[in-house]
Structure formats: C-alpha cells, structure tokens
Design a protein around this ligand. Structure first.
Ligand code: AMP
Ligand code: MG
Length: 407
C-alpha cells in the first residue's frame, strides 16, 4: 500500500483499476428514448446516406441552372414528403418546398423571395420571373452530410444532440454500458439523516445524499446503504453487503487516524486490498483507495468539502473510465482575481473559486473558507483552482486552468 501519495500518482492507480474494471463491465441494448446520459458502448456507422436524396434547402422553384432566360413556366408543385413525377424540361420550373426532393432534370432552386409572378402562358400555366440571380444551387446533395457506412457517433455519454444524430440515422436501439453500481455509506456516531430530529452533538448527513447525487451525475446507478456508527461489527456487516452488491463502494468518514476511524481495519478484515491511504492533497489527505477483485472501494474523509472534491478528483474519473469514457476534467482558462497564498506547500491544494467575466475574459475569484467542513462555500464555487507542490502563492492576474465543478 502506498501512503502520502501525490494526487496525480494516486489518479494513475485509480485509472489502472478502472481500465481493468472496464474489461468486465457488461453492455446492454436499450431503446434510444432511454439512452440520454448513458455511455454509448460502440461506434455507430450510418445505415443510410444522409440526406437520403437530393433535397431543396429553400422554398422556391426548381429549375435548370444556367439557362439564358429569367422567365419560366411552372409545371408542378412539390411539398416535402413526395417527389414530382414531372421531369423538368427546358424553360420549366417546379414550385418546391424546403426538404422536398429535387425533381429529375433540375440543377438548382431559386428562392421564392427572388421571384415574381408573371401571368400565364398560352396554355394558362403560371409563369414566374427570377428577379435576382442565385449564386448557389440551394440543393443539399444526397449523402452530403454523411454517407452510408461513415461514422455517425463514437462512444460517449449521450447528450440530447447525440440522441438526435442517432435518430437521424434511423437508429432505434443502442448498446450502452451497464451503469456501474455504486453503494454509498456514511459513517460516524454523530451523523443523523435529514428528516429526523437533530440530537445534541450530532450533525445531519450531507455526504450520503451528496455522494449519491455525484455518482448519479457521473453516470452511475447509486444506492445509499445508510448511516453506520463507528462500530466494527456494524461497519463490517454493511461493508460486506456493499462489496457483494456493487462495482464501486464509497464511504465517507472514518479514514483519518482518530480512535474511531475503523474503516481501513474493517476493510482489511473483508479482504479489500489497500492501494493507497493518505495523499499529499488538501482537502483530502486521509483518502483511502482499495480493491477486492473488481470492486473499487473509496474511503473519503468525512469533511464535506473533502468528500466533494475527492469524488471529483478520483471517483468521477473512475466511474467514467470504467465505462471506457474520457475522464479529463472540464476546465476553463481564467485569470486569478486576487492572490492565493498559503504557508507551507507540501500538498496539492484545490481551492474553490467563483467565476466572473470582465473585458479581458474569465476571472477566478478565490472564496474565503476556513477548512473543509465549510460546505456552504460550494454554493458559490464554480471552479477549483489547483496549487502545486512547492507553490506557496499565485499572483492576481496569473492565467490558469480552473476545473469546472458545476454543470
Ligand atoms: P471523519 O472523517 O469521520 O473524521 O469526519 C470528519 C468531519 O466530517 C467530522 O467533523 C464529521 O462530523 C464530519 N462528517 C463525517 N461524516 C459526515 C457526513 N456524512 N455528513 C456531514 N459531515 C460529516
Ligand atoms: Mg467519523
């Protein structure tokens, strides 16, 4: 087991475990309408040309481009959804709506705004005069967007536009990874659930509901196994249940070096192999990571800001990577609005900041906060700014990549 690890090294170990778990994560076929937020497990190639036929990009008149004339006889009208049966001859035009197939023989569409009605010909057919010359064809060619067999979509978390792209190809079922099953456990004698009275010396459980929500946001299926007191038998029972029922177990509390911090010991009894315990990181020094077979166990410190940040830095990448997805955090380039300084630089520090905008771009403004129990700082924080080992100060105005923590 590694101790006092740099968080970047710790992340490598976490991702190693995730890539192994990825090999065993099952896939399932689901209907497209249930696929939002799911991890697409396959490359999807287009079964059709898109668009499937040459079509009009404008309401107007289909005609033979390049004829030396400006007045045409209108021989038919085609709405979207059907093709004209009349092939287009010299001097003829067909009224056409956006999305309708281009009639045989036509090579361009004159937009309706650039036409004027010009009475009828000898047979009483309507005439139309073009008032301006189109430079472009206003035709979207068959397969111009995508050819049959070309890549429609690569694996990713499916967002609404991805659903649209798949539907464009007529895809009604997709193969996605099964959501990793996460069990969340809160520990501590002093922790009680919201919705119950608050006894003296106790605090409400914020980590449990928050971790469940974070896990769901990351694409996992999360279940809360409850609040467990700092008692070996209770912890062992609940942890054994969690290990049997999940791909990922997340605990909060009980991993520091206090007298009641029993988690590492109980995990050892349950044959969880410790990978690391303690990091050069603030918040989150006592973080534990271990494995039993293909189950990953994260023991996060109980302080709510630590719990939040450590989920972001380690658990979320694990969840994404075990579904084979990119886990790179989203960042924004910003200038620091006021200096960040600290005494001692033996830990990588993640500092919550607001995000503002001025005439030069984005500004990250450090939030005052006194320790990682101050969870309300997260109500204002949009980003985390990272201070490296050996870095005691970042000056105002310095550019940095701030890590986004809000959707
Ligand atoms: P621990 O990591 O167990 O030493 O807890 C560190 C601090 O976080 C203590 O002040 C705990 O009361 C607090 N804490 C632990 N678990 C939770 C929780 N589930 N919700 C809110 N605060 C917690
Ligand atoms: Mg505790």
């Amino acid at each position: 087991m590694r101790t006092n690890l740099h968080p970047d090294e710790a992340l490598v170990l976490v991702l190693d475990a995730a890539s192994e778990a990825h090999r065993y994560l099952a896939r399932e076929q689901i209907p497209l309408e249930h696929a939002l937020g799911r991890a697409l497990a396959e490359e999807i190639r287009s079964p059709i040309d898109h668009p499937p036929f040459d079509k009009a990009a404008m309401d107007g008149f289909a005609y033979r481009k390049g004829e030396p004339r400006s007045t045409y006889t209108v021989i038919d009208a085609v709405p979207a959804g059907r093709a004209s049966e009349s092939p287009l001859g010299e001097g003829e035009a067909i009224r056409i709506m956006t999305g309708a197939p281009i009639p045989l023989g036509a090579t361009g569409v004159q937009r309706v705004e650039w036409t004027r009605e010009a009475g009828t010909d000898a047979q009483g057919r309507p005439l139309i005069t073009f008032t301006l010359q189109e430079k472009i064809t206003n035709i979207i060619a068959r397969g111009e967007n995508l050819r049959q067999g070309e890549l429609l979509l690569s694996p990713r978390i499916l967002q609404p536009q991805d659903i649209g792209i798949l539907a464009t190809g007529g895809i009604a079922q997709v193969s996605v990874y099964r959501k990793p099953r996460v069990c969340v456990i809160s520990t501590g004698n002093e922790i009680v659930a919201a919705g119950t009275p608050l006894p003296p010396s106790c605090i409400f459980d914020s980590n449990g509901p928050q971790l469940v929500a974070q896990a769901q946001m990351a694409g996992a299926e999360a279940r809360f196994l409850g609040i467990v007191p700092d008692r070996e038998e209770d912890l062992r029972r609940t942890l054994a249940e969690a290990l049997a029922a999940s791909d990922i177990v997340i605990l909060s509390g009980g991993v520091s070096m206090g007298d009641f911090d029993l988690i590492p010991k109980v995990l050892r009894q349950l044959e969880v192999e410790p990978v690391f315990h303690t990091l050069k990181m603030r918040p989150g020094k006592p973080t534990f990571f271990g494995r039993r077979d293909r189950v990953a166990v994260f023991g996060l410190p109980g302080n709510p800001v630590s719990t939040f940040v450590n989920f972001e830095v380690f658990v979320k990448p694990y969840v994404l990577a075990c579904m084979g997805l990119d886990h790179t955090p989203r960042t924004v380039r910003a200038r620091l609005a006021s200096p960040l300084s600290r005494k001692g630089s033996d830990r990588v520090e993640f500092h919550p900041c607001t995000l503002e905008k001025d005439e030069l771009g984005m500004l990250a403004r450090p939030l005052q906060y006194h320790g990682s129990s101050m969870i309300t700082v997260l109500a204002h924080a949009q980003v985390l700014v990272r201070m490296e080992l050996g870095q005691e100060r970042i000056e105002a105005g310095e550019y940095l990549n701030a890590r986004l923590i809000r959707a």
